[in-house]
Every structure is written in structure tokens, then in C-alpha cells.
Write a protein that binds this ligand. Structure first.
Ligand code: G1P
Length: 292
């Protein structure tokens, strides 16, 4: 059973400045909660009970968000604001724990994942990149399907989606013989980090959700610097593929890249109109906008 998730949250968020100058980019609010809460809840919905944050000295607020806050709780209790009290105390179910480890230097995503090695131990695990929010309907939950597929096939799963050609050089890109249907996995022939579009094996991009065997850690230890002079998770996955089958899982949901400003605005719109209490009013506000 896959119970552990690694979330690399040490990145400084330069794409999101100035918002991320004094607060972690993961704490920027999408409607009424920080972006990281959506990602952690996505993991929990897929059955994860141990969240491992790979963090940085400037990111204390991320840990604090999931911790108890005695002063605030007491104040809300005294003021009889029980709904708010419940909201801030029950962010995660009791059986879910959050553990933080540090990434001491910005050496890349692969290095960030490797920083979680001692906590991951011999367990297979998932990686969720916190910049990307994934919206699924209640029935078709992509990360759950990936974990189920990993359990039945014992092959690592890499979530992918098609991107337009001009975006290919911003992502990990997979090589497959056939493009799978949405919600299906297919054997991956290769994977390459941020190729030029004319060298890219496809336009299927790595979305930022991975189900990986514990042994990827050993490969990360010997992964040399790659694209951008960083230790890339993509390169360790390519190394794993020399000995093990790996599958690309084509997602069904919708992605929002909250590391970019426009992607973030799109997320606010989509999550805003579906918010259980604010959604209807927010939709009317959008309809009332005079965009001419
Ligand atoms: C990382 C991964 C890349 C993946 C992307 C998804 O890149 O290295 O393979 O496609 O996340 O967001 P980054 O965005 O950190 O440069």
C-alpha cells in the first residue's frame, strides 16, 4: 500500500514574484485557502497518510498551516465561532501526519526528492509537485487511479497530459508508441527533461504527479546534474527505465499551473465558481463584468 507522499516545497517561486517575496508561493491563496492545501488534500483523497514536505528555512508558514494554533483556536472558541474553529482544526483527518525535512541547497527536483530518503525508507511513494493543482470530478480521481495501477502492475506511473508545441520545452516529455486514452496507462519508451520541440519524442508532458518505487532513491544518489545544471527527477526515472518497466498515465482532470501568474488566475476563476458558499455570487460578479 502506498501511504507516503513527497511534496518538494523548497523552491523560491521566482516565477511568482513579487507575491512570493515574503510568503512561500505555496501559501498564495486560491479563493479561501492556500494552494498547498489543495495538493495535500489531493494526496489524502488518494489514501496517503504520511505527507513529507521537503522544505526551506523561509517556508515555515507551510508547516504552520497544517499545525494546530492554540491561540487562534482559543480565541475562536471564546467568540463562539465554531464553524471557523472546525475549519482550521480539521484541515486534515487525524490519521494523516505531516513531516518536514530540509533541502539545504537548491540543487534541483531530483535532489529535493532525495532529501526525503530517510523518511521514505523502503516504501514506494508518490511525488506531488505543489505548483500544479489538479481538479478532478468526484468519480475519476487521477492520483487514485495511478496508485491502483501501480499496485496491480508494479510499474512506476508518470502522469502526463498533452501540451501545445510552444510549451514542450518547459516540461519533462515522455516517449510512447501510442497515446493512451485519458485515464489509461501505457508503457513508456523514454523520458527527457525540457527538450527543444524539434527533439521532443511527443507532446505528452509530465504533469507533476509520480508513483515511484523506493529504489528510485538509490538512482537519485548517482544522478548527475542535467538540464539547468540541476539534479533532475526525470533523469533518475530515465535511469530506472533501463531496468524496469515504467508507464505513462494520461490524466483525465484539469491542471492549473499556479507557479505562473496566468495559471494562478485561471485556478482562482475555476475554484471560485465552484466554491460551495461563494461560487454563485462569484459567478454573478463575473457575468456583471463589463469586458467590452
Ligand atoms: C518539473 C519537472 C518537469 C515537469 C514539471 C511539471 O519542472 O522537472 O519534468 O514537467 O515540473 O510542472 P519545473 O517546473 O520544476 O521546472
Amino acid at each position: 500500500m502506498i501511504k507516503k507522499a513527497v511534496l518538494p516545497v523548497a523552491g523560491l517561486g521566482t516565477r511568482f514574484l513579487p507575491a512570493s517575496k515574503a510568503i512561500p508561493k505555496e501559501m498564495v491563496t486560491v479563493v479561501d485557502r492556500p494552494a498547498i492545501e489543495y495538493v495535500v488534500k489531493e494526496a489524502v483523497q488518494a489514501g496517503i497518510t504520511e505527507i513529507i514536505l521537503v522544505t526551506h528555512s523561509s517556508k515555515g508558514a507551510v508547516e504552520n498551516h497544517f499545525d494546530r494554533n492554540f491561540e487562534l483556536e482559543t480565541t475562536l472558541e471564546n467568540k463562539k465561532k465554531y464553524d471557523l474553529l472546525a475549519e482550521i482544526t480539521n484541515i486534515l483527518p487525524d490519521n494523516v501526519s505531516i513531516i518536514a525535512v530540509r533541502q539545504p541547497a537548491p540543487l534541483g527536483l531530483g535532489h529535493a526528492v532525495l532529501c526525503a530518503k530517510s523518511v521514505v525508507g523502503d516504501d514506494d511513494f508518490v511525488v506531488l509537485l505543489p505548483d500544479v493543482l489538479i481538479k478532478n470530478n468526484d468519480v475519476d480521481h487521477d492520483l487514485t487511479r495511478m496508485i491502483e495501477r501501480f499496485n496491480e502492475s508494479e510499474t512506476a506511473q508518470i502522469m502526463v497530459e498533452a501540451v501545445p508545441d510552444h510549451l514542450v520545452d518547459q516540461y519533462g516529455i515522455v516517449d510512447v508508441e501510442l497515446v493512451p486514452e485519458e485515464g489509461q496507462s501505457i508503457m513508456m519508451q523514454g523520458i527527457v527533461e525540457k527538450p527543444a520541440v524539434h527533439d521532443a519524442p511527443s507532446n505528452l508532458s509530465v504533469v507533476g504527479r509520480y508513483v515511484l518505487p523506493a529504489k528510485i532513491m538509490k538512482l537519485l544518489e548517482k544522478t548527475p546534474k542535467g538540464a539547468g545544471s540541476e539534479i533532475q527527477l526525470t533523469d533518475a526515472i530515465a535511469m530506472l527505465q533501463e531496468t524496469d518497466a515504467i508507464e505513462a498515465y494520461r490524466m483525465q482532470g484539469q491542471t492549473f499551473d499556479c507557479g505562473s501568474k496566468l495559471g494562478y488566475l485561471k485556478a482562482v476563476l475555476h475554484y471560485g465558481i465552484e466554491h460551495p458558499t461563494l461560487g454563485d455570487d462569484f459567478k454573478s460578479m463575473i457575468k456583471d463584468l463589463d469586458l467590452s
